[in-house]
Design a protein around this ligand. Structure first.
Ligand code: ATP
Length: 203
């Protein structure tokens, strides 16, 4: 079974693309959701977070996400500390999740997908066979993220500025899906799905 990553910057549409793959029957691991779940369920992870960010970030073992976000938001060192604590746990959890499919019939599960904003930044690509990049024009990403998260242009711009350069990220990907206003998304996903199934046969 092939292990595939899907990545892209804020508002690029990686979750939307992942959902189309799910409709085609491909299992998808959503890293953001998994990280949230792990922070509420994994005792060792909770302990590390408490040691580094204080006990107040948890209330009845449930993470106060807005408090943690406010601690790391304007502090790049704290954000990178948080990522260095959470990413290895999520990467290991995704690997375990992927392994759960490896005994399946390869016709049943030719490949599984991990969707994550930070794949190259966290070294997660080492545990993946191929990475798909979702590429959308800057203006459209801005517009989509502003609309979805009810944020100002400046707020989204500040978030984008903190991420890896999009061209650099797309150059690291094996496949690109273009999510602009000209090219239809579903046919591109179906085409890539066929290509990935062919790759599992060739492997
Ligand atoms: P983030 O990293 O910020 O979570 P993302 O890359 O996962 O973003 P999505 O959540 O998939 O992006 O898309 C951002 C917003 O844009 C969503 O509200 C989604 O519904 C919308 N969107 C994405 N692609 C399209 C499209 N092709 N047409 C219309 N709306 C779209």
């Amino acid at each position: 079974m092939l292990r595939i990553g899907i990545t892209g910057g804020i508002g690029s549409g990686k979750t939307t693309v992942a959902k189309i793959f799910e409709v085609l029957g491909v299992p998808v691991y959503y890293s953001d959701d998994a990280a949230k779940r792990l922070m509420n369920e994994d005792d060792a992870l909770q302990q590390k977070l408490i040691e580094n960010f204080g006990a107040t970030i948890f209330e009845n073992k449930q993470l106060n996400r807005s408090l943690l976000a406010s601690i790391v938001f304007n502090d790049p060192e704290k954000l990178s500390l948080l990522n260095s604590i959470v990413h290895p746990v999520t990467i290991a959890d995704a690997e375990k999740w992927m392994k759960g499919f490896s005994n399946n019939d390869s016709k049943e599960t030719p490949y599984a997908i991990k969707e994550a904003a930070l794949i190259f930044e966290s070294g997660a690509q080492k545990k993946l066979d191929y990475v798909i990049g979702v590429n959308a024009p800057y203006k459209l990403r801005l517009q989509r993220a502003m609309q979805r998260d009810h944020l100002s242009k400046e707020e989204v711009e500040a978030r984008i500025a903190k991420q890896m350069d999009e061209t650099k990220k797309m150059n690291l990907c094996n496949f690109i899906i273009t999510n602009d206003e000209d090219q239809l998304l579903i046919p591109q996903v179906v085409e890539l799905h066929k290509k990935l199934i062919q790759l599992t046969i060739d492997n």
